[in-house]
Structure formats: structure tokens, C-alpha cells
Design a protein around this ligand. Structure first.
Ligand SMILES: Nc1ncnc2c1ncn2[C@@H]1O[C@H](COP(=O)(O)OP(=O)(O)OP(=O)(O)O)[C@@H](O)[C@H]1O
Ligand SMILES: [Mg+2]
Length: 331
């Protein structure tokens, strides 16, 4: 019975995605489970001296420490972060370690997020404070007007940041269900063009709708408008003077392909994998002139994924970019 139970326990320890090593008082390895062997790249460690087979300084210093009962520490193995526990049981040491890298990455992302949001809010608030101080002692109507305009712009900036954050939070919590219906694409693009007419005119950018009249998409209309508006807004913002933005669509293998093509400044190759990250902006000083916080494309990605779709991007620096949304064409 005891042997049978032992076999079961050993199989179970080999099945664990956590490392387990047992060493005796002479620092000889008595047991190592499969996960620990694979991770440390060791084949038959039983009976050998720990320091001879385990080439990891963190683990070595852990087992060398004088432990009364238990020791808990974060250590690094093969560039990943592990939470290691060493237990002293009747002179034998049991070392248990667990990969906590995903948790650490999540913690870091959360920290970065809070610091990015604080930074993005701090800048307009500092400007607003300055504006108010100036207005307190200013009587010249023209100057007052200029400063009020400045204040309005900054308030708008904070407003759109908070709007984007709320959209992202809702998408991430999956609190709102995607409610798909058939939507005529050409008309939807025309109304987004209408909304962005002034921005395009200001930049002398031509808006071209090449979507066939009978083209339809199966989407949550409100969210899909947010997605397309973000792509078209970018295509205008990062365009050249007298450039153009073209929207086209096709249906292929039961999928809708909707592309936004611009003749703008393009995106450097090394930035392409990063542009969908929250707060990422290519060349911050270049982007500062055009406003925005770098949340637009992460919203785009989330909405596409919520529709079981994706977004592809092709770009040539100095020539332009093409963002293609690929969605299932039916339910
Ligand atoms: N069509 C485009 N052409 C060139 N660069 C682009 C284009 N679209 C996005 N980018 C780059 O990718 C970055 C991220 O875009 P994203 O839409 O997420 O943020 P944003 O436009 O800077 O701010 P906002 O939150 O207002 O959308 C932009 O800052 C810009 O550098
Ligand atoms: Mg944007």
C-alpha cells in the first residue's frame, strides 16, 4: 500500500508545473521532479552533490543558507522570475519553486499604466493652473481669449483621455456584450467622413470612400464606428498636406476585409509591433503636435478581437500606411 501511494505521489510531483528538489544534510540530491530537471537541464541528479549539477547561484545560496524552518525568496532561473521556498524538515531541505513571471509582468504593466495616466493628466492640469494664474491678473480681452482657448484645448484633451480609458475599461472587463447586426458599410464610412470633415479640411487631406454600395458588415455598430473612426482619424492626423485617405472593402473566404489607406508619414518597421500597445506613440515629439495619447489603436485592437477579428498593418516610411480590419462576415 505504501509503495503504491509513493508511486502515485511521485507521478503527481512529476505532473506539477512547479519545481521540487530534496537534498540531504550533505547537500546531495535525493529527489528532483521532472519540471525541475527540465528547467535546470539535468538528467540523473539523484545521489549527486547539488553544487556539481545545479549551476544556478540563486538556488545554491538558498540551500546554503542556515534555515530554521522556512525561507521564501524571489529568484531568477533562465531569465524568468520564480518564487522559491526552502523548508527544513528533519535536516533535509525541500526546495519548491514556482514561475511567477506572468504575474510580475502584469504587476509591471499595472504600474506603467498608472504612471502613464498620471503623466497624461498632469501635463494639461499644469497648463490649466498657469492659465488661471495668468487670467487672474489679465484685463486685455485678446489675451484672455487666447488663454481661454488654451484652457479649452487642454480640457478637451483630458476629456478624450478619460473617454478612451472608459472605453478600454469596459472592453477589458467584457462587461458589455457585443451586439452584432448587419450594417451597410458605405453609409457608415460616409458619416464618419462627415464627422471628420473639418479635421481633414484643415490638413487638406482628401477622403475617398471606395466601399461598394452593397457592402455590409456584421458588427456591433457603436463599437465598430469607434474602431473605424480611430483608424480614419489616424490616417488624417499622420498624413501629409494634400494627401488622401481611402477606405475600401472586399469579401474573401467568408471574411470582410476593410482597409484604411493613407499617403502619410508611415511607421518605422521597428515600431510596427508596438503601435497597438496602450500609450505607445512613435516619436513622442512628432506626435505631440497632433494631440492624442496613444490609446486609439489599442481600442481598435480590442474591438476587432471582441468581434473575433484582427487588424493588420503594412507601412512604408515616408509613403503611407494601410490598416486592414479582418472580421467574420456572418454571425
Ligand atoms: N496611419 C498612421 N500613420 C502613421 N503613424 C501612425 C498611423 N496610425 C498610428 N500611427 C502611430 O501609432 C501611434 C499610436 O496610435 P494611436 O491611435 O494608438 O495613438 P494616437 O493617435 O497617438 O493617440 P489617440 O489616443 O488620440 O488615438 C501614433 O502615435 C502614431 O505614432
Ligand atoms: Mg489615434
Amino acid at each position: 500500500m505504501k509503495n503504491h501511494l509513493e508511486n502515485i505521489l511521485v507521478s503527481f510531483l512529476d505532473y506539477l508545473k512547479e519545481g521540487l528538489i530534496v537534498i540531504d544534510s550533505n547537500k546531495n540530491i535525493q529527489y528532483m521532479n521532472s519540471y525541475a530537471k527540465n528547467l535546470l537541464g539535468i538528467k540523473n541528479p539523484e545521489g549527486k552533490l547539488f553544487s556539481e549539477v545545479v549551476k544556478n547561484n540563486y538556488l545554491y545560496s538558498l540551500i546554503s543558507a542556515d534555515i530554521k524552518k522556512e525561507l521564501k525568496e524571489e529568484i531568477v532561473i533562465n531569465d524568468d522570475i520564480f518564487l522559491a521556498r526552502v523548508l527544513n524538515i528533519n535536516g533535509m531541505k525541500v526546495i519548491h519553486f514556482q514561475d511567477i513571471t506572468p504575474f510580475e509582468i502584469y504587476k509591471q504593466a499595472k504600474k506603467d499604466f498608472v504612471s502613464n495616466v498620471s503623466h497624461e493628466l498632469k501635463t494639461p492640469i499644469t497648463v490649466l493652473k498657469g492659465v488661471i494664474e495668468t487670467l487672474e491678473n489679465e484685463e486685455e480681452p485678446e489675451i484672455i481669449k487666447t488663454f481661454l482657448k488654451k484652457a479649452k484645448n487642454r480640457i478637451q484633451q483630458m476629456d478624450s483621455l478619460i473617454n478612451d480609458l472608459l472605453i478600454l475599461a469596459k472592453l477589458e472587463s467584457k462587461e458589455e456584450k457585443i451586439q452584432k447586426k448587419e450594417v451597410k458599410l458605405r453609409g457608415l464610412i460616409n458619416s464618419i467622413f462627415e464627422d471628420l470633415k473639418d479635421v481633414a479640411e484643415e490638413k487638406d487631406v482628401k477622403l475617398i470612400n471606395k466601399v461598394p454600395t452593397d457592402s455590409t458588415v456584421f458588427v456591433d455598430e457603436k463599437k465598430f464606428v469607434i474602431l473605424m473612426k480611430n483608424l480614419i482619424e489616424n490616417a488624417i492626423k499622420y498624413n501629409k498636406k494634400e494627401g488622401s485617405v481611402t477606405v475600401e472593402s472586399t469579401l474573401k473566404n467568408s471574411k470582410s476585409y476593410i482597409s484604411v489607406i493613407d499617403t502619410g508619414i508611415g511607421i518605422p518597421k521597428e515600431s510596427l509591433p508596438l503601435i497597438f500597445e496602450r500609450f505607445y506613440r512613435v516619436d513622442k515629439s512628432r506626435s505631440r503636435n497632433v494631440g492624442g495619447t496613444g490609446l486609439g489603436l489599442s481600442i481598435v485592437k480590442h474591438i476587432a478581437e471582441a468581434h473575433n477579428g484582427k487588424v493588420q498593418v503594412e507601412s512604408k516610411l515616408g509613403e503611407g500606411s494601410k490598416f486592414t480590419v479582418i472580421l467574420p462576415s456572418g454571425e
